[in-house]
Design a protein around this ligand. Structure first.
Ligand SMILES: Nc1ncnc2c1ncn2[C@@H]1O[C@H](COP(=O)(O)OP(=O)(O)OP(=O)(O)O)[C@@H](O)[C@H]1O
Ligand SMILES: [Mg+2]
Length: 204
């Protein structure tokens, strides 16, 4: 049997630059001969993508939102992430449970204990091995997004919402320094790519 794969996650507020860099990381790792699965949350499965549409578009309570992102995550972990890791493949995932602490707890005020309880139920034995936190100020991210596309339910939130989300992300990076790499996301894309490349080389 092959060794378990690695689980790499991308985190940061909307517009921080995660999706822009994900193919770069996947390509860098494939060049090392690693079998990479690129996926995202909410989403990554048919059920997960359907739930994503609901969560991004449909007004709902913070509790409902939290349960739906974890419903999507349960399916994703069981159907995609866990089987891939067991097979020795590596996962590169755009957002995971850190995002639920940041958005639903930090942003929306859902008790952290509720998120922690769902985390323990949905993926008791699974944590990312490496998490890239794309750190940018809400003003910078908002400016990027207003130029890019129509806002979803999260992107339409105000600066103070994103300030709370960012603060929780940074707090988690301090709490879990072994797996978090905080990137300066305000730099131009090529400079962010260089930070990622160096971090991957250090981590190998
Ligand atoms: N380092 C950067 N400097 C300037 N603009 C950037 C940078 N990285 C990405 N952008 C631009 O900012 C916008 C948002 O980037 P991207 O979609 O990668 O963010 P994201 O973190 O995936 O956001 P979301 O969480 O909403 O999916 C895009 O238009 C992208 O081209
Ligand atoms: Mg994105």
């Amino acid at each position: 049997m092959s060794a378990r794969g690695r689980f790499i996650t991308f985190e940061g507020i909307d517009g921080a630059g995660k999706s822009t860099q994900i193919d770069f990381v996947a390509t860098r790792l494939r060049e090392r001969g690693i079998d990479i699965v690129v996926t995202r949350e909410p989403g990554g499965t048919e059920i997960g993508e359907a739930l994503r549409e609901l969560v991004l578009r449909q007004p709902m309570s913070a509790r409902t939102e939290t349960l739906l992102v974890f419903a999507a995550r349960a399916q994703h972990v069981e159907q995609v992430i866990a089987p891939a890791l067991v097979a020795g493949r590596w996962i590169v995932c755009d957002r995971f449970t850190d995002a639920t602490y940041a958005y639903q707890s930090g942003g929306r005020g859902v008790p952290e204990a509720a998120v922690a309880a769902l985390e323990r139920w949905v993926h008791p034995d699974l944590q990312p091995d490496l998490t890239f936190l794309f750190d940018v100020a809400p003003d910078v991210a908002a400016q990027r997004l207003s130029a890019a596309r129509a806002a979803d339910r999260f992107e339409a939130e105000q600066r103070d919402f994103f300030a709370r989300v960012r603060a929780v992300y940074l707090e988690r990076a301090r709490r879990f320094p072994a797996r978090f790499v905080v990137l300066d996301g305000t730099q131009p894309p090529e400079a962010v790519r260089a930070q990622l490349g160096e971090a991957l080389d250090r981590w190998r």
